[in-house]
Design a protein around this ligand. Structure first.
Ligand SMILES: N[C@@H](CCC(=O)N[C@@H](CS)C(=O)NCC(=O)O)C(=O)O
Length: 222
């Protein structure tokens, strides 16, 4: 019972029905037997990582294209992605990934080094996204905001550190830390949040990721 990725009208109809369901810990009590659903955007690197896992494992998960406005109504964190499976609501990509990997008895970040890479890349993303949002929503940049400047510094330092840490020869599309890193790097280029010119190892990592069909198929777009 394989469901294709990609979703349109049907998804938004289901979504508005579920928006009224409370509490969040039991969002689907009247809806037994519903398929697994991933709610996200085509631009989010966190969502992309989940979409890659779904494709890698050929899982029957329906992707429901969701706006941040909708996420504010439907998830307590007001963020994308979130995920539903019968009685279960998951609100963070790391937990969603663990759940997805579990479906195929696969580990999620089993090695400490891979988990560290996952965490570093996620922090890089959080800082990069914060910097973009501060500039876009509030006109705050490193020039007029100490907090924005700190996010920029965090991005730069994380990139420099990861460039030293990661050996592209050992990069693998089977490791969630490595996948997260590739999603983060590609997001940075997509949003022009940073460049990889000064980071040859990271540039090589992204080159390798772009040889993977599931990475290419999930490239960010509006
Ligand atoms: N830790 C979360 C981060 C998710 C996240 O930051 N998503 C962004 C989209 S890329 C978002 O929803 N931002 C909206 C906001 O922060 O208001 C995860 O891994 O799922």
């Amino acid at each position: 019972m394989k469901k294709p990725l990609g979703h349109g009208k049907e998804g938004s109809q289901k979504l508005s029905r579920r928006c009224q369901l409370k509490p969040y810990s039991c969002p689907l009590s009247s809806d037994k037997g519903v398929e697994m659903q991933l709610f996200g955007s085509y631009t989010s690197p966190f969502v992309r990582h989940c979409r890659i896992a779904i494709r890698q494992q050929d899982l029957p998960v329906t992707f429901i294209a969701t706006t941040l406005e909708q996420a504010q109504l439907d998830s307590p964190t007001m963020k994308l992605p979130y995920f539903k499976d019968d009685q279960t609501l998951l609100t963070d990509s790391s937990v969603i990934l663990r759940y997805l990997r579990q479906q195929s008895s696969l580990p999620f970040c089993a090695e400490i080094q891979d988990h560290e890479c996952f965490a570093l890349a996620s922090t890089l993303l959080d800082a990069g996204i914060s910097a973009v949002m501060l500039a876009r929503a509030d006109g705050l940049t490193a020039a007029n905001s100490a907090f924005a400047a700190k996010q920029q510094a965090r991005v730069t330092q994380s990139l420099a550190y990861l460039d030293q840490l990661i050996d592209p020869r050992t990069w693998s599309f089977q490791n969630d830390g490595h996948i997260r890193l590739a999603c983060a790097l590609d997001w940075g280029l997509f949003r022009q949040s940073f460049s990889l010119e000064a980071y040859p190892q990271l540039h090589a990592v992204l080159g390798q990721a772009n040889e993977q069909k599931h990475f290419v198929a999930t490239a960010p777009h509006e």
